[in-house]
Design a protein around this ligand. Structure first.
Ligand code: MLT
Length: 212
């Protein structure tokens, strides 16, 4: 039986707006990113699961060995577990996986990129705020054809070194994803510019740095 996740679901009010999957950072919960989801795509349905791994009281989507040190087997197992939950939730709430956009922050961005590498069928694209390379493998050719991904790093992020957002982007681009990359003048937390850039991406604008 699929693992269940404590989650919040908010039905959409604008059928033209894509449903959004919200994935919080370490220590967050299912309510944290609701204002972000509403700001990025007003009227979207919001599905927001809480990470089911407990790190000294902080919720995460996968366990880590230490800060910045990851176990690929653990990440793979947790990515499939969350993907199974998403497939079931899409049926339960009537969400179309071909339109679902994941919005992840930090640990949430990392599980989203792992799912893009391992189970790309469960969503259509993603906004990855402050991602790190957690599975250091390029996506299989054509596995991400037709998917749109926005990667937003922080140029002064003390936790994620600046090469990581670029490497995440190129791993996903290897699978054929349409990648936009933006480096905000920010640390690990979100700033106003992150929101503006992601709003523009949601509305289809492409004035962002492209990976060559
Ligand atoms: C975090 O604090 O969540 C890290 O930056 C990313 C991770 O461990 O997945």
């Amino acid at each position: 039986m699929a693992t269940s996740f404590t989650h919040h679901f908010e039905p959409g009010t604008n059928p033209a707006a894509p449903p959004i999957l919200l994935l919080h950072g370490t220590g967050g919960d299912e309510l944290d990113l609701l204002p972000l989801g509403r700001a990025l795509s007003p009227g979207s349905a919001l599905l927001s699961p809480r990470g089911n791994v407990n790190e000294h009281g902080a919720a995460r989507y996968f366990a880590r060995v230490a800060e910045g040190v990851f176990d690929p087997a653990e990440i793979t197992r947790r990515a499939h577990e969350l993907a199974d939950f998403l497939a079931g939730s899409a049926r339960e709430y009537g969400l179309d996986p071909a339109r679902l956009i994941a919005v992840g922050l930090s640990n949430g961005a990392n599980i989203a990129s792992a799912i893009l590498l391992l189970r790309p069928i469960v969503f259509a694209g993603a906004v990855l705020f402050r991602p790190m390379v957690v599975l250091d493998t390029p996506a299989d050719p054509h596995s991400l054809d037709g998917k749109r991904v926005l990667v937003v790093g922080g140029a002064r992020d003390p936790i994620v070194s600046v090469d990581h957002p670029h490497r995440v982007a190129s791993h996903l681009r290897a699978g054929g994803a349409d990648i936009a990359l933006h480096m905000s003048p920010a640390g690990h937390g979100l700033i106003h510019e992150d929101i503006i850039v992601a709003q523009a991406w949601f509305s289809g604008a492409t004035k962002l740095d492209r990976i060559a």
